[in-house]
Design a binder for this molecule. Sequence first.
Ligand code: CTP
Ligand SMILES: C[C@](O)(CO)[C@H](O)COP(=O)(O)O
Length: 240
Amino acid sequence: MTDTARPIPPAFPPRCHVLLPCAGTGSRAGTAGPKQYERVAGLPMVLHTLAAFQAVPRITQCLIVIAPGDRFLSVDHPSVVLARCGGRSRAESVFNGLHELLAQGAAPDDWVLVHDAARCLVTPAQINALLDACENDPVGGLLALKLPDTLKTEAGGRVAATVDRSDKWLAQTPQMFRLGALRDALSAQADSGFAGVTDEASAMELAGHRPLLVPGSAQNFKVTYPEDFALAEAILNNRT
Ligand SMILES: Nc1ccn([C@@H]2O[C@H](COP(=O)(O)OP(=O)(O)OP(=O)(O)O)[C@@H](O)[C@H]2O)c(=O)n1
Ligand SMILES: C[C@](O)(CO)[C@H](O)COP(=O)(O)O
């Protein structure tokens, strides 16, 4: 085969897409509307999240998965796409978003970084740390945190046991995998309604992969409960 006849790979080096699942209702947050649109430090939470990824030059584009009837968000930027394909669960929203990325020309070999819209404290430095650790890895991986506290199991409201925590990590996002591999891993769980798939890594694990654990930061927490908003606001105000 001559040089001119050699097939040209779709993109080399592979592109890095971001997928923000942003179609939840935030039932634990106690807000009137979906928590990702609550104003924190002057902006709807999801726009802080988006800004962190837009500050990373290696990111090609961001796809934000919103609920079909969502009228809360409009973003006018050439590298940001709103996809109204949110599903009944986070996993379904991510699965639908992956199909949308592929339909828009992303390649199965491209990387995708999936990140909760509600994790609005992620920083460009943390995103770069994940990219650096994973871009030459055969599987990909996730930001995660070693447990800072003693871990207990419970039975009937009392301690059943103290558990060895030396091999336990708390999963965060972003989680970074090849787009096609993640689509296939989630596809295999679609018939069961994505039961047990609480993050992208768990789908990859069920497909037989062992994602890389990349140390994250305690500040990259997910805004979940009412008290989390004040902490997020304080940290964001302190940064600016
Ligand atoms: N059907 C869903 C459910 C969740 N998410 C998104 O997944 C991220 C993490 O989910 P979580 O914090 O659990 O958000 P909610 O499901 O909105 O919260 P809750 O479980 O308290 O209702 C959020 O950015 C949320 O918008 C989504 O895109 N589609
Ligand atoms: C994906 C995730 O952020 C990893 O910690 C988390 O599992 C999402 O939250 P949920 O409460 O499970 O929807």
